[in-house]
Design a protein around this ligand. Structure first.
Ligand SMILES: Nc1nc2c(ncn2[C@@H]2O[C@H](COP(=O)(O)OP(=O)(O)OP(=O)(O)O)[C@@H](O)[C@H]2O)c(=O)[nH]1
Ligand SMILES: [Mg+2]
Length: 485
């Protein structure tokens, strides 16, 4: 029945509507159809290309993990400098107040130390009476003069924090003042509410200062200018303070190595306090060496050395400006590494400083930094959610490790399992690398690749080579993904 009906249906000549179509009309219709198909195909092709582009432009996501001060944000800056140097250069200016604040904090730290040494009754002399504290003769007249002349830097420190955070004091997201752990041997870090937030604040201020029509802008930019002028005016005194023999002796006695600490700019006071100072990302400069009156070529990595500790996770998108991955988007997540920040972590890429073997954590002075780093690495390796993620391990701060060992610090005194081996950079770093690799092998839920590097993240040239290798790894992964689709 149905078949019969079908037969009869197919037998019906459906009106084509073209019955009266002339040859001309048919040609025109065919032409229109071809044109409509061409447009349709072109749109589809464009959509497909766009889809492919979006798919292709996503180079990958990277999460930087590691303990506080291990160099995560510095690695991020290296990625920015390597992948998008023009954008990074444009942003360099916003680091100037950070560098100034780093410098001012170092100076205030020294002044405080000198004052405390000068004011406190000598511990070793029970005859020194308690009671009103006076400046003792342990401060030389020259040092006393310098500490008085540099006193305005206390206010300048507060002022710079205010400019950077846009708020009168250091606060976290909930508006609560963060009490940084007091570390007597270390100049305090800069803690701002959120890394991206202060960047936004500074970018807006910079934009405003370019647009001189805005009255707020001129007020804000004049504040920045005032700070800079004050620093320029005090630059000779700052230099004199750092060169002062009793300051150097005082630091040595207290075993404080300021030049190894984050945000150290005291060796370049003249340059960074000059009126026209522009922070440089990885650039060679010829500097007059005041000690031996020679001109030294040094690589200036102001932006990489500027220190702000990260609070909370920050997402950064870097668009590659050239090369085989031009226009590709890299998403990098930078997180704070202190213990209180670690619960915000989710995914992976690790950074462990090798130089911390003789240091303790700021947030818990009972914990050795290297021990903390190894424990952290173990917990990340054994994390099941990360079982399928490829790891890149940066054993960072190779330069500090080297200078510590050269200065006579014995690695085996702190890592007792390191026996019968020389106290030199190569065997020590190789030993550490082996330990990290062993932990990875032992604790990973399943086999996976580990790319490990010994790094000095403030050496932009050497780090650029490593980033190129990481780019290759990422690109290979993308190719594999595309082939699988
Ligand atoms: N000498 C030296 N300094 C480094 C190296 N890597 C980083 N630094 C410095 O160490 C300081 C801390 O680096 P950051 O990148 O801010 O550390 P972080 O891991 O992001 O720290 P948090 O944000 O607190 O978790 C900065 O002043 C860097 O310039 C290195 O390889 N050698
Ligand atoms: Mg950081």
């Amino acid at each position: 029945m149905l078949v019969t009906k079908k037969k009869s249906l197919s037998a019906i000549a459906w009106p084509s509507g073209r019955g009266n179509e002339t040859d001309e009309e048919r040609k025109a219709r065919k032409l229109r159809q071809r044109e409509a198909k061409r447009v349709n195909d072109a749109i589809n092709k464009e959509l497909e290309a766009e889809r492919q582009k979006i798919h292709k432009n996503k180079a990958g996501k990277i999460l930087l993990l590691g303990q506080a001060e291990s160099g995560k944000s510095t690695v991020l800056k290296n990625f920015q400098l390597h992948l998008a140097p023009r954008a990074f250069e444009l942003e360099a200016d916003i680091w100037r107040p950070v560098i100034h604040l780093n410098l001012v904090r170092s100076v205030n730290f020294i002044v405080n130390l000198a004052m405390s040494r000068g004011q406190l009754p000598r511990q070793d002399n029970p005859k020194v009476p308690r009671g009103p504290r006076k400046l003792s003769s342990s401060l030389t007249p020259e040092l006393r003069k310098l500490t008085l002349r540099l006193a305005p830097l206390r206010q300048l420190e507060e002022h710079l924090i205010q400019i950077l955070s846009g708020r009168p004091q250091v606060v976290n997201d909930s508006g609560v003042t963060i009490a940084q752990p007091y570390v007597p041997t270390k100049a305090p870090d800069i803690t701002l509410s959120a890394g991206t937030q202060w960047r936004k604040t500074m970018t807006v201020q910079r934009q405003h200062s370019i647009d001189s029509m805005s009255s707020t802008a001129s007020r804000e930019s004049s504040e920045v200018v005032q700070c800079r002028r004050m620093l320029t005016a005090l630059s000779n005194d700052i230099e004199a303070l750092w060169a002062n023999r009793s300051v150097q002796e005082m630091l040595k006695t207290a075993e404080i190595t300021l030049h190894e600490q984050p945000g150290f700019f005291l060796d370049q006071v003249k340059r960074v306090t000059s009126e026209n100072f522009r922070p440089r990302p990885g650039e060679s400069l010829e500097l007059n060496n005041r000690v031996n009156s020679r001109f030294d070529i040094i690589t200036v990595d102001d932006v990489l050395k500027a220190r702000v500790n990260t609070l909370g996770p920050e997402e950064h998108t870097i668009v590659a400006e050239s090369g085989s991955d031009k226009a590709k988007h890299y998403t990098i997540y930078d997180v704070g590494g202190s213990r209180s920040q670690r619960n915000a972590w989710a995914q992976f890429f690790d950074d462990a400083p090798m130089s911390g073997f003789n240091q303790v954590l700021d947030e818990d002075t009972n914990v050795n930094r290297l021990t903390d780093s190894l424990r952290l690495w173990q917990s990340i390796c054994s994390n099941r959610i990360l079982a399928g993620v490829e790891f890149v391990l940066f054993l960072n701060k190779l330069d500090i490790l080297e200078s510590k060992l050269k200065s006579g610090v014995q690695f085996s005194e702190f890592v007792t399992s390191y026996t019968n081996k020389p106290n030199e950079t190569e065997p020590v770093s190789k030993y550490l690398l082996d330990v990290f690799i062993r932990i990875h092998k032992q604790y990973s839920p399943k086999r996976r690749k580990l790319h490990s590097y010994l790094t000095c993240a403030v050496d932009t040239k050497a780090t650029a080579d490593i980033i190129t290798k990481i780019q290759d790894v990422i690109l290979l992964k993308i190719l594999a993904r595309v082939n699988l689709v």
